[in-house]
Every structure is written in structure tokens, then in C-alpha cells.
Design a protein around this ligand. Sequence first.
Ligand SMILES: O=C(O)CCC(=O)C(=O)O
Ligand SMILES: [Fe+2]
Length: 363
Amino acid sequence: MAQANGQPVQIPIIDISGAAPESQVAKELVDAAVTYGFVYIKNEGKDIPVEVIDHTFDLSRKFFSSPTEEKEKCKILENNMGWSGMHTETLDAKNQRVGDFKEAMNFGEFLNGKAQQILPPALIDHENDIEQFEDYCFNLCMKILTLFGIGLEIPDSAGGKDWFASRHARSFGPSGRTLRILHYPSIPEGIDYQPEVDIRAGAHSDYGSITLLFQRPGQPGLELLPPSTNTRREDYGTTKNWTPVPVLPPGTENDPSPPILVNIGDLLDHWTKNLLKSTVHRVVFPKDAKKGGEDRYSIAYFCHPASSTVLEAVPSKRVQDQKSENGEATTAITAQEHLLGRLKASYLSLYRDDEKTEKIAAA
Ligand SMILES: O=C(O)CCC(=O)C(=O)O
Ligand SMILES: [Fe+2]
């Protein structure tokens, strides 16, 4: 396993399919979230059928190989839905020379099975499939959030195991939930590629409560900074603490599909007073990238509580015993305020004025 600061980093692989007692699984999940902010969920197709995942990757390939003029028709808007082309995002502007070597397509929430955005020609006939995949992801997130309720020992009198999950329920209204397909091309011939500064997705942490990440065998590139290394942002470009996150960690090589990675986002980190860690990660080119190599495709599902959720104190002793970063009680803001704060910090030019901010909030 890869080393960071001399310490082996071994992200746990957890089977949540019911083979092990729930309380044990919940404890392992919380421990992984506290130590690494990342955990692998063993994937034997019980929560999301393997063919559904494979089909979504097929659709992703179909979309990204469609003509640019078609993709332009669904260009990303201030509501965070749509297509963003190569180099349009720069996730770690301090340490990057050019924008990310990636293109992505964001799907916002579906309403009664219908997308609330323009779908590109390549996907227009697959609205149901995409909605079905989104639904599987949502249900898996609810299961994981329930396990967090158990693992953090929220008393039944305070809402118990449903405490987190219920605040994510669709019936509570809109949320920042986003399904994102990503394509990282291999390096085109003749480009002035500089491995020290050119990166597929710059260092960042995710914004929501939890993220699901689907990867493909033979398409590595994800790396994380273990929270224990306390790496400073200004050192992201040079630090040796970056640790590869393999697509197929030992023991999963023969599974029907790679494990699904789950990572904690900034909102859940904030909500739990930094007990569960929102870990910085990035996507790099393979070491021999100059020789071409495979394109990388991944799918991320960013789960958020309902926008109106007040991020009040979590009724868990373990969370309450946690000192806030500034030593004071965390002010209760809403999920929506939290997301807007993070979006504004990252995409200042896009969220320049309050009018746009309100549009996003209403989305
Ligand atoms: O593509 C990946 O493996 C990671 C993507 C990611 O971190 C993100 O979109 O937030
Ligand atoms: Fe991410």
C-alpha cells in the first residue's frame, strides 16, 4: 500500500450488503470517516446492479464522444447543471498552470422522473436510465447516512439512526444533489504537457454530505491527502503526502464491479465539528501519461441534505465531545447557506452578484 509521511494508508473496504451485523458495519464506517474521510463499499451489485453502473458508463462515453456543438447546447449554467468543457474548471487555482484536463456533465435533481435541464441529443432518449441511476445512488446514500446515525449512536429519543437520512429526504424539498459524469482524456499528441503542474482535477474537497465515486478498472488517477498529514494548501503542489487511491484495492480484484468509494464532504465535516473528515483529493495523469494511456471515466454523486435543513448540533456524544475549530459552538446555518458559501469561494466569478446567488439557491 502507498505510504504517506511514512505511515501506510489503507482505506478500509466495508461490506454493507447485510453479511455483517449492522452495528459493526456502522462502527467501521464511522471509524473510516474519522480517520481517512474515505471508505470503499464492496460492490457485488446488491445495492446498485452492476449492469446499471456499466450502462451509465456507456452513456457517459456516448455523450462525451458526441460533437462539441451538441455538448455546447447544454453548457453549464449558474444553477450548476450542464456540461463544462476541457480546462474550464480550475479546482486548485493556486497550484495549476491551466484548468483541469477534464470535461464533465452535471445532472441536477429530477422531478417526477423528468430532468430539470436541457439534455444533450446523445442522452435525450436515456432520461429514464439516468434518473434510475440517480435514484439508486440516492438510496445507497440514504443507507450510508442511516449507518452514520447508528455509528454515531444518536439516541432514539433524538431521532436515532434516521437523524441524518431523514434530513436528506426528498419530501423536504430541493437540495444541492448532483450526479456528475466525468471524462479525462489521455494526453493528446504534441501538447506541451508538464507533469508537475498539469493535472486532471486539481486538489479540492467536495461540498455536500457524502459523495459516491464510481471508477473503472485500468483507469487510475485518484489521490488523497490523509487528514493526519495536516498538509497546508500552499504545499499541495509539492507535498509528498499524496496517496494513490487504487480502483481495485487488494481483495476486490475478482468482484463483479470495483468498490464504490464514499467520501465525506465539507457540509458533513462542518456538521460533525470536523469529526468526520472532508479529505482533499485530486486526479492525476498516470506516470507514463506521455505514452498516451487510457482515457479515464468516472461518475460522482454528490449528496446534500434538503436545502432548508438547519445544520444544528448533531445529538451524538461523540460529536458533542468534539471541539469546534475555533473552540466555540458552531453557528447553525442552513444547508443552502453552506453550499452557497463553498460555491462562492470556488467560483467567485460565476457567483459575482446576489441575483445569481439567489438563482442558484432557488434551483
Ligand atoms: O474523477 C474522480 O475520480 C474524482 C472526481 C472528483 O473528485 C469530483 O468530481 O469531485
Ligand atoms: Fe471530488
